[in-house]
Structures are given as structure tokens and as C-alpha cells.
Design a protein around this ligand. Structure first.
Ligand code: NDP
Length: 485
């Protein structure tokens, strides 16, 4: 019998599901059991062509609609997503293995927030009037044209919406390629957008591995590329986009610092560290995986952290009581277990976890290492799994220097009850998305993105509009034209 997660077809192009079984088969594996639940086929060159030509042809008419009309469609799509939240959350859980307890509140709901927010902004995108004496200049905020979105596997619904909603609000069309690991959810986003009234060809989804992404990025018809992925992939995609002088947004990896001062509220700091390391089993780009704890509070912090981490409920992700799911794939589980072994070999002190959980599926126990030093591999490389490194520090000046000593710059957090210090420290941290006495909140109203190797551009908020549109400036002369001859 066909599994309920099996999509109608692999791709969604020009307002309809499209299949081409001559592409490479991509098995979809449910991370909680290791069972194959669906198959999709990678896009062939013919499918890539169909998606790009369709999106290119549809964009001009879409851009001619008023912003209010486009926004109404996005807001209708948001309503449909909310109505179907349960069904979409179950699919997200099948796609990623993340527990339903999370997907019910963090995936289709945050996708709907993006559709609603950018739908609301669409009607207010305007240029300005610049007086020049009798003459004047006016500016127009225009669409870029055809945008490509390429997603990572940790938030397949959210990434498809975070890229699609601002792109469409500005009058662009999109071809979105999900990660081959999680191909299911973006198809539902496309289906819902079209049900809500998006014209055929405005939002298309095609499947495939890196080569399909590369074919999209290098196509001369594409005006913008927005990638969520790792730093090595980001460097390749950025270079390929630069060769065609395309706009880019790069949302890449991190190894973010979370700094806890002696005067912090211990329960809140522990809660922040848990949210910033173990949500989605640690598969979150902005995680604060280098937890710097001032020496005076260290043992108290570690004791409460171990106690509360022991309350994580590993189990069937479809059971709403489960609070901690598996790694997305067996491969990702092995990468994470490799880092855990490295941490042990390099002399970090294991506080809890530290191995594969004794159950079906790709579960790794939530793991905390203490006495981690800056040079250890687990303190330098992005693990993308539930492995927290706790490092000690003495002074504010010292911790700022050490926190910034990394190629990454996605996020940073500070826990302290001294508000002058909180703002002073955050002001000096090299990161794009920061938190004071909190960690990992990502509302659509706030800009999201990194500095240094963690990326360029911003998603969400009004900032995203700047990255999906361009400004045309028009000089208007009222009098005669003076010329030299
Ligand atoms: P990857 O970088 O491996 O892949 C990202 C996407 O790019 C995938 O769809 C992948 O295809 C595609 N891709 C790979 N090579 C190319 C290429 N040459 N040209 C075009 N596209 C290509 O990342 P993961 O999927 O492993 O995701 C984990 C990473 O994503 C982590 O580093 C994490 O930090 C980052 N991330 C960043 C976020 C942010 O907002 N800053 C949020 C979430 C994750 P495929 O894999 O299917 O072959």
C-alpha cells in the first residue's frame, strides 16, 4: 500500500504535479524507523528546462498585478496552511524525523507567518519622490525577475516559505529545489499557493541533488539565488552566481557563542542552552553550540543542565509526548557520533549523553561536554547535531575575544542580569542574529542571517524585501535640455 507521505508526483511545475521517472530515484527514509516511505525522482534536464521556462514566462504578468492582489493570494495561502497545520506537521515529521510536538508549532505555522507577513507588506512596496528644484527624481521598487531557492533539510516547509513569500510579494517567480533528504514538504507549499490563487508557474518545485541546484544557479535566465546550506556549498553557489552577476542571499552554517555570566538566572540560562542546542535534535544553523560559562556559576549550571537534559523524551516522533527526535539520516547520525568520539579523544569531560540511543531510528542522545577548550574540534566545527560544548571563562573582555575567534558569525547570545553589560557585550559580538536572556527566537518580523562566513543578505522582516527587489531611479526634466553643441 502506498504510504501517506508519498507525493502525487516528484515536481510541481506550472501549477500542476509533474512526473518524470527517468530521473535518478531519491528514496525518502523516515528517520525514526529507517523505513522507506516514499520515492521521488531527480529532475532531468527536461524538467529543469520546463521549470525555468515556465517561471520566466509567468513572472511579468505576476509583477503587473498590484501588490495588494499578490498579497491577498499569499495571505489566503497562509490561512490554508494554518487550517491544514496538523496534516502538514505530520508530513514535516515524516520528511525530517522531528517530533510532532515541535512541527505542530514551528514549521507550517512559521511558513504561514511568512506568507501572512509578506502578503501584508506587498501592497506597501513603493519608491520615493526626490525633489530637484523644478525637476524631480522618482524611484520604483521592482521585482528582480526569476529567483531560485535552494533549501537545507532541517526546516523544509519553513525554508520554502521564507524564500517564496518575500520573492512572490515583490513580484518575482520562483523555482525551489528542496534538499534531496527532505523533498516532500515544499511540494505542499507549491500546491497551497496555487490553491490560494497564485498563477501557474509562479512557484515551482523540482527535486534533485547538488547538480540540479548547480544547473539552476548557472542558468542565464535566473536573476537571484537564495541558498540555505553549509558554508562549503555556499562558497560554490556564491561563486557560480557571481559569474552570472546574480543577486544572492546565503544563509549558511554557524558555531555560535552563548555567553552565560555569573549573575544570570541559572534556570533561564539552562533553558536557553537547551533551546539553543537540542531543539530539532541540534539540527539548527543558529544554535549556540559554544556555551561559555563564567567560572563562578559553572558547576551549578552543569548540574541543572544534566538534570534537565535527563528529562528529554526520546521516542516515536508522532507521539506528542516525545520531545527529542532522531537525526535526519543515518549519515548525519554517523557524522555526529564521529564528533562525539573526537570530543572524548581530545579530553573534553562528558557530562551526559555521548552515544547512539538504544532504539530504532537514527537517534543520538542529547550530549553535553564540559571543560572544552577553544582548540578542540568540537569547539571549532559545526556539528549540526545535539552536542553542546561548555567552555569556562573569567572576564568579559576575554570571552568577547574568544567568542569572535571563529570564521562563522550567524548568531550569539548573552545571559546576564546586568543590562549595561548585556548590550555592551552583544554590541561587540560578530554575529547577525543575537539574543539577550533568550536563544533561537526567529519571528518573521526580525531580520535573520549571518556575517563573516555565515552568509550574506537577510531573510524575514522588511530587510528581505531589499534582497528580493531592486530600485529603478528616474530623472524627470521639466524644462529644456541644455547641451554643449
Ligand atoms: P548542504 O550545503 O549540503 O546543501 C544545501 C542545499 O544545496 C541542498 O539542497 C543541496 O542539494 C544543494 N547543493 C549542494 N551542492 C550544490 C551546488 N554545487 N549547487 C547548488 N546547490 C547545491 O547543506 P545541508 O542540506 O546539509 O544542510 C545543513 C547546513 O545548512 C548546515 O551547515 C546548516 O548550518 C545550514 N543551514 C543554515 C541555515 C541558515 O538559515 N543560516 C538554516 C538551516 C541550515 P542536496 O543536498 O540535495 O544534494
Amino acid at each position: 500500500m502506498t504510504h501517506p507521505a508519498q507525493p502525487k508526483a516528484s515536481h510541481f511545475i506550472n501549477g500542476a504535479y509533474v512526473e518524470d521517472t527517468s530521473g535518478t530515484p531519491i528514496p525518502v527514509i523516515y528517520a525514526a524507523t529507517g523505513e522507506q516511505i516514499a520515492t521521488v525522482y531527480a529532475a532531468t534536464p527536461a524538467i529543469v528546462e520546463q521549470a525555468l521556462s515556465t517561471a520566466k514566462a509567468a513572472q511579468k504578468e505576476w509583477a503587473k498585478m498590484t501588490g495588494t492582489e499578490r498579497g491577498r493570494i499569499l495571505r489566503r495561502a497562509a490561512d490554508i496552511m494554518r487550517e491544514r497545520n496538523h496534516e502538514l506537521s505530520v508530513l514535516e515529521t515524516y520528511d525530517t524525523g522531528k517530533p510532532l510536538q515541535e512541527t505542530l508549532v514551528a514549521d507550517a505555522t512559521s511558513g504561514a507567518d511568512a506568507l501572512e507577513y509578506f502578503g501584508g507588506l506587498a501592497g506597501s512596496l513603493t519608491g520615493e519622490h526626490i525633489p530637484m528644484g523644478e525637476d524631480w527624481v522618482y524611484t520604483m521598487r521592482e521585482a528582480l525577475g526569476l529567483c531560485v531557492g535552494i533549501g537545507a533539510w532541517n526546516y523544509p516547509t519553513q525554508i520554502a516559505c521564507w524564500k517564496g513569500a518575500p520573492a512572490l510579494a515583490c513580484g518575482n517567480s520562483m523555482v525551489f529545489k528542496p534538499s534531496e533528504t527532505t523533498p516532500l514538504c515544499a511540494l505542499k507549499v507549491a500546491e497551497i499557493l496555487h490553491e490560494a490563487g497564485a498563477p501557474a508557474g509562479i512557484y515551482n518545485v523540482i527535486q534533485g541533488m547538488g547538480e540540479v541546484g548547480a544547473a539552476l544557479v548557472t542558468d542565464p535566465r535566473v536573476d537571484k539565488v537564495s541558498l540555505t546550506g553549509s558554508v562549503p556549498t555556499g562558497k560554490k553557489v556564491y561563486a557560480a552566481a557571481a559569474a552570472g552577476m546574480k543577486h544572492v542571499t546565503m544563509e549558511l552554517g554557524g558555531k555560535s557563542p552563548l555567553i552565560i555570566f555569573d549573575d544570570a538566572d541559572v534556570e533561564n540560562a539552562v533553558g536557553g542552552a537547551i533551546n539553543g542546542n537540542f531543539y530539532s535534535s541540534g539540527q539548527v544553523c543558529s544554535n549556540g553550540t559554544r556555551v561559555f560559562v563564567q567560572k563562578g556559576i559553572k558547576e551549578k549550571f552543569l548540574a541543572r543542565l544534566a538534570e534537565r537534559t535527563g528529562n528529554a523524551i526520546l521516542g516515536d516522533p508522532m507521539d506528542e509526548a516525545t520531545s527529542f527526535g532522531p537525526m535526519v539520516t543515518e549519515n548525519q547520525m554517523n557524522i555526529v557520533l564521529g564528533y562525539i568520539e573526537k570530543g572524548k579523544e581530545e579530553g573534553a569531560r562528558l557530562i551526559c549523553g555521548g552515544k547512539r540511543a538504544d532504539m530504532d531510528g537514527f537517534f543520538v542522545e542529547p550530549t553535553v561536554f564540559a571543560d572544552v577548550t577553544d582548540d578542540m574540534t568540537i569547539a571549532r566545527e559545526e556539528i549540526f547535531g545535539p552536542v553542546m560544548s561548555v567552555l569556562d571563562f573569567d572576564t568579559e573582555e576575554e570571552v568577547i575575544a574568544r567568542a569572535n575567534d571563529t570564521e562563522f558569525g550567524l548568531s550569539a547570545g548573552v545571559f546576564t542580569n546586568d543590562f549595561s553589560r548585556a548590550h555592551r557585550v552583544i554590541g561587540q559580538l560578530e554575529a547577525g542574529s543575537c539574543f539577550i536572556n533568550s536563544y533561537n527566537d526567529a519571528p518573521v518580523e526580525a531580520p535573520f542571517g549571518g556575517v563573516k562566513a555565515s552568509g550574506v543578505g537577510r531573510e524575514n522582516s522588511k530587510e528581505a524585501i531589499k534582497h528580493f527587489s531592486q530600485v529603478k531611479s528616474v530623472y524627470v526634466r521639466m524644462g529644456d535640455v541644455e547641451a554643449a553643441f
